[in-house]
Design a protein around this ligand. Sequence first.
Ligand SMILES: NC(=O)c1ccc[n+]([C@@H]2O[C@H](COP(=O)([O-])OP(=O)(O)OC[C@H]3O[C@@H](n4cnc5c(N)ncnc54)[C@H](O)[C@@H]3O)[C@@H](O)[C@H]2O)c1
Length: 387
Amino acid sequence: MFIFESFINPKHSIMRIAVPKEIKNNENRVALTPAGAQEFTKNGHEVFVQESAGLGSGFSDEAYINSGAKILPTIEETYDAGEMIMKVKEPIASEYELIQEKHLLFTYFHFASNEPLTRAMIKSKAVCLAYETVEKEDKTLPLLVPMSEVAGRMAIQKGANYLEKPLGGRGILLGGVPGTLPAKVLILGGGIVGTQAALMASGLGADVIIFDVSLQRMRHLSSIMPKNVKTMMSNEYNIRNLIPTADLIVGAVLIPGAKAPHLITRDMLKEMLPGTVLVDVAVDQGGCIETCQPTTHENPTYTIDGVLHYCVANMPGAVPYTSTLALTNATLPYAMELAQKGWKDACSKFPELEFGFNIIKGDIVYKAVAESFKLPFVPVSYFLNQA
Ligand SMILES: NC(=O)c1ccc[n+]([C@@H]2O[C@H](COP(=O)([O-])OP(=O)(O)OC[C@H]3O[C@@H](n4cnc5c(N)ncnc54)[C@H](O)[C@@H]3O)[C@@H](O)[C@H]2O)c1
């Protein structure tokens, strides 16, 4: 009874926060670090962490205990102990029954591509707050940015590696050495992923060209990038002209809410140098290279027409330590406000949270999700305005 009261009464200052171990295949991140747990307990909240939940990211149970958290042996006990459940990935089928009406779930959901999950969360009557749709006034997505930063930087690390001859690449060193030309890196899309990729590639000494369609974005990039990074308008003519000279091509295009356009088509592979490496980071949105199919960290690459493709759909999963810290740096301020004020009042300080609510107590409150499955939609304001 006490638990439920503290949840529905946003003025109550104690929140029970539970952190289950991620059980989705190959997911090693955890939603809260020991440092985050300490912030909660310092503010009087209770934190419950499932045994070994942090191990994949390098955080021991002991580290959480030292931060004032309690370790619980099973996933059932962990869900049961919490009012706010902090996770990384969407709940999988075996977790559906563990989610209760008293819960506020704060995690990545990606509802629009998962009808069984949507229906299960409606049935649970929990409040579902999705990281990926928290949206600021300037349209940025603060809880997606950290993973794009990781993937952008990793794209160059991976690309440089696969350019080595024994791994199937052209055998060129990204930065070259004095007396040799550096590698040429083309980056399609100059957003978060593209910017981070350009910084890494240019830092290693490569010649970099960023293609984008936004002049405003390219003006900004030109003013902040080092001299070995150039920008170019993205169109078929320009891309076709430059791909025969490229060593590494990174796909980093995003058109919000739409499939990525195929900027590199199958016929263009024949014009590339043998051993060119393609890293399509946008593969999670369908990819901006026609021949890209999602791959896994176990089996990350394949070759078509002598061109090596790397298309891992969850790149940050390979660096869980960095990814966990990057993600929790971004989520913790929101989670703290949710704990302190409750989910309704937290929106006063962080209006972007309003866009994060996808399902509240059995109703879909995010239009695109309702439209995806032709289910009824209730505006989030209906719930936020309730006393
Ligand atoms: N594979 C992974 O593990 C992983 C991880 C994180 C992000 N991603 C994906 O990476 C992609 C990029 O994410 P982001 O955060 O950088 O997005 P972003 O919105 O910050 O940047 C996208 C950029 O693409 C540009 N663009 C749009 N149409 C274009 C075109 N025709 N040609 C060239 N540029 C064009 C936009 O102007 C923008 O600058 C997304 O699909 C995202 O889901 C994948």
